[in-house]
Design a binder for this molecule. Structure first.
Ligand SMILES: [Zn+2]
Length: 333
């Protein structure tokens, strides 16, 4: 049940007797088709639920079954038209967004037989008060992990064929964070703008593998935290960064004690849906307490929370499966 299905299901609440969400993705009510029933007004055998990606209506009393669109249509023709329009717009926007994401990611490849290297100076070779160094220090990050490129568009377009069109971009500096695989081979780089240029991140992929930050340092024998941002991962004791909000894209050995730490964005329906999906699959996830006011870990550390506090906070808020369900989907707080 995507957020539009959920929204329109919720909009039907006032028209359906005994309506309630019996779980974040299942609505239960008295079936309007069979009356459900003429003698017992408390009977509620109609359901809206999702299976294999599509949302539909089903009644356990009369056996009626419809797609969500057809069901809305039986109740309100205009509402059904709005529903279809919104679904159409959403799929179009999703396609557009995917395109934009792809624009930030560059597959460059490596010449066979060569070992890829970072052809740029370390951040620590710059003068102490250089804005790039100050930027990393105010984020309480370890400067030694970063590299620096003064004219990134020029550097990118001359270093990598697939980044040729960067030659048309106005020169600007970027901080470069190298990404290594478990065998410490360079697999990619994340180039972050720090003066507001777009895209904020340029992700350079040197192999076809999913780029995961921190694989070279993580201990798979211990609990592994999977977060979205590389900066966040540097704040935790044993973490990797997915570099996308779809954290479950990170593939670790099946016996690994993995906990997914989604950003704390209770009003971002996309993130809420990802958390929900993960919970229903039985993954271990961190559910942020209401008292945690920050968007992500790095923001918390820049705020008032210490590194050790954040590690404790995470450990205390790991949920798995059923135990997590009552909290998931409750975005009203
Ligand atoms: Zn019925």
């Amino acid at each position: 049940m995507d957020w539009i299905d959920k929204k329109y299901t919720a909009m039907l609440a006032t028209r359906l007797r005994n309506f309630k969400f019996s779980s974040p993705t299942v609505a239960n009510f008295s079936c309007p088709i069979c009356g459900d029933s003429t003698t017992h007004s408390k009977k509620a055998r109609g359901y809206i639920l999702s299976k294999k990606g599509s949302t539909y209506f089903f009644c356990h009393n009369c056996g009626a079954s419809h797609s969500l669109n057809d069901f809305i249509n039986t109740l309100d023709v205009n509402l059904a038209a709005e529903y279809r329009m919104e679904k159409f717009k959403d799929s179009r926007d999703a396609a557009k967004k995917q395109e934009q994401v792809d624009l930030n990611i560059f597959k460059t490849g490596v010449k066979p037989g060569t070992t890829p290297t970072i052809n740029a100076p370390r951040l620590t070779t710059l003068p102490d008060q250089h804005p790039a160094r100050t930027y990393i220090r105010t984020r309480l990050l370890d400067e030694k992990k970063f590299y620096f490129v003064e004219n990134f568009p020029d550097w990118a377009s001359t270093s990598f064929k697939t980044m040729a069109r960067w030659s048309k971009v106005t020169p600007h500096p970027r901080i470069v964070l190298p990404v290594y695989d478990a065998t410490k081979v360079l697999t990619g780089m994340v180039a972050r703008a720090f003066n507001g240029e777009t895209p904020k991140y340029a992700i350079i992929k040197l192999t076809d593998d999913e780029l995961v930050y921190g694989m070279d340092r993580v201990n798979l024998e211990k609990r592994v935290w999977v977060v979205e941002g590389p900066y966040d991962s540097l704040m935790l004791d044993n973490a990797v960064a997915a570099m996308t909000s779809s954290l479950t894209r990170v593939k670790l050995p099946p016996e690994t004690d993995v906990v997914y730490v989604f950003d704390n964005q209770p009003r971002n329906i996309e993130i809420v849906n990802l958390v929900e999906k993960s919970v229903f699959r039985g993954d271990q996830v961190v559910l942020w307490p209401d008292t945690f006011q920050y968007k992500d870990i790095n923001e918390a550390i820049q705020g008032s929370i210490t590194r050790s506090d954040i590690n404790t906070l995470l450990t205390e808020n790991v949920y798995k499966g059923l135990a997590a369900r009552p909290q998931v989907g409750d975005t009203s707080k």
